[in-house]
Design a protein. Structure first.
Length: 534
């Protein structure tokens, strides 16, 4: 027995030594700069996934090693728009990595985002496009307006106001989370959750389960044994994980399943009785969609569950983080705040005029610039979206990368690329607007060049199917709120702001701090509102 133990130990050590030597000197990525430990192990990446600061860690490595870093034995991350466009264009010879497969609960838990299968993604995406049309976005406008109007009423609750008219301090992250959740439930399922309303509500715990879901799963997807884990999942590991997942994660799955099942019953009953459509929510569009190849319903129940989970997760993170981030930057940049307030109040005669249409979505140029600037500095997905190079390899920034290599461009670091943006750490929405003003001279070519580096909603075959809906909600919430009320940072608060204790990359108090759990987790800012005085 002792001899067997010695033999096994020797074999393991020999394997580790051989793998280390190969990764350091003979691997196709051996020439790519990066930390020593990253060249031989994925443990640093996993460690920072657990710490929820992978996005900052990537930024730090770019400062040390340049715009291209070997962040794992088989992972290269880039900090340049050219690399991004090479990786995510329609012609790119890449696919989603096994990172996406690791998110699935079981073989049935698949959606358009969380799969590495090219054909499955293409089919799901084609069918989702049937539901996310210009008509469906326009149909969503009244729902968003209704909830935003009520949210504004609650923000200005006179019972809590001080003598000078300012409200009690509000943590915008929490308030935005409840608003976005209520809108999503109404848009997706026709359900009234009222989590933004005061008082106890059993549904108020549900939005937090979404954060718990990604916080629990993200480190798993970054394990050094990812390929082995993905191989094990359909071979018994899924059943084991089902026994040990936290209760909040189970609550998340149960909630989505209950909502879809109940809404599907209503849809089937309506079709059976041939009653007219009372409202066109997203489940209506998904249930009504037909596969163009077969003419049959585009989605089965299990597929609806997967896509509904995607809609809730993707629909909540971008909108909530952007609303919170924009309030942070506006309350820390008085000039930008006053400029945006003036545009909104000059553009619309009343908050009821703020609806889906060219005035809101096209003419409010500074509003769109503020949103884009927030998306740059506070992206909903702060780290890389990994892509695996396919057979035949690919060329990125003039270098060939062979099949099997994982490549990506971390968004948080990309948004702080000083070579591309210049004053990358400054909140300056004017950079996104063509202008011949001497104060902010921007040519059309300048703006086009900058936009090559901003891809919050992705580009190519993986771009966000709901980006127009998200942009509508963000624009409407900000415009209606600033039309009705003045906003300021609550005196003496710095929730969400960088500080020296957070370390390199997060020391600046003018920067909004995010945690990386695949999506951005965030707190603050804490603000006060009062009815507008002008």
């Amino acid at each position: 027995m002792g001899a067997l133990i010695v033999l096994a130990t020797g074999s393991v050590l020999s394997y580790i030594l051989a793998t280390t030597i190969y990764n350091l000197f003979f691997h196709p990525l051996a020439h790519v700069p990066g930390p020593f430990l990253c060249r031989v192990s994925a443990l640093p990446s996993f460690y920072h996934a657990v710490k929820r600061d992978r996005h900052v860690w990537f930024w730090q490595q770019f400062q040390l090693y340049g715009p291209k870093v070997r962040a794992g034995p088989n992972l290269v991350v880039f900090n340049s728009p050219d690399a991004y466009n090479s990786i995510f264009s329609y012609k790119a010879n890449v696919k989603r990595s096994k990172f996406y497969d690791a998110w699935s609960r079981n073989a049935d838990d698949v959606n358009a985002l969380m799969t590495s299968d090219v054909e499955v993604h293409a089919r799901r995406r084609r069918l989702l496009n049937l539901a996310f049309t210009e008509h469906s976005v326009k149909a969503a406008s009244p729902f968003i307006a209704k909830h935003t109007d009520r949210w504004n009423e609650l923000l200005l609750d006179s019972e809590e106001n001080r003598d000078d008219g300012w409200s009690a301090p509000r943590d915008i992250s929490t308030w935005a989370m409840y608003l976005v959740f209520d809108v999503l439930m109404d848009l997706c399922f026709g359900a009234t959750m009222d989590t933004k309303e005061p008082g106890d509500n059993p549904f108020k715990k549900i939005p937090q389960t979404f954060d718990d879901f990604v916080t629990y799963n993200y480190p798993i997807t970054k394990t050094p044994f990812l390929e082995f884990l993905v191989w094990l999942k359909p071979r018994g590991l899924n059943s084991i994980l089902e026994l040990v997942i936290p209760k909040t994660i189970k609550d998340h799955y149960t909630f989505v399943e209950d909502m879809v099942t109940e809404r599907l019953k209503e849809q089937q009953q309506r079709e059976k009785e041939d009653t007219p459509v009372e409202r066109e929510d997203m489940l209506h569009f998904l249930c009504s969609a037909r596969d163009p190849d077969t003419g049959t319903p585009a989605f089965k129940l299990k597929e609806l569950l997967g896509e509904a989970n995607l809609l809730i997760m993707a629909g909540s993170d971008t909108t909530s983080i952007t609303i919170s981030g924009l309030f942070f930057y506006l309350t820390h940049n008085r000039r930008a705040y006053l400029k945006l307030v003036k545009e909104v109040r000059d553009m619309f005669a009343s908050p009821e005029d703020i609806v889906h249409g060219p005035k809101l979505m096209t003419d409010c140029k500074y509003l769109r610039a503020c949103i884009d600037e927030t998306l740059r500095l506070a992206p909903a997905g702060p780290s890389e979206l990994p892509r695996e190079v396919l057979p035949g390899g690919t060329i990125i920034e003039g270098e060939h990368y062979p099949a099997g290599v994982i490549v990506g461009t971390p968004n948080w670091a990309m948004g702080r690329n000083e070579e591309h943006y210049g004053d990358a750490y400054t909140f300056r929405p004017e950079r996104w607007i063509v202008s011949d003003n001497l104060e902010s001279l921007n040519t059309d070519e300048d703006v086009r060049r900058l936009k090559r580096g901003l891809h919050t909603f992705l580009k190519g075959p993986g771009d966000c199917v709901g980006q127009k809906l998200a942009m509508l909600q963000m624009s409407m919430v900000i415009a209606k709120t600033l039309w009705r009320m003045d906003v300021r940072l609550a005196p003496g608060t710095d929730v969400g702001a960088g500080n020296a204790k957070l370390g390199w990359g997060l020391r600046d108090p003018r920067q909004y701090v995010l945690a990386d759990a695949y999506i951005s987790l965030h707190e603050g800012p804490v603000v006060q509102m009062r009815a507008r005085r002008d």
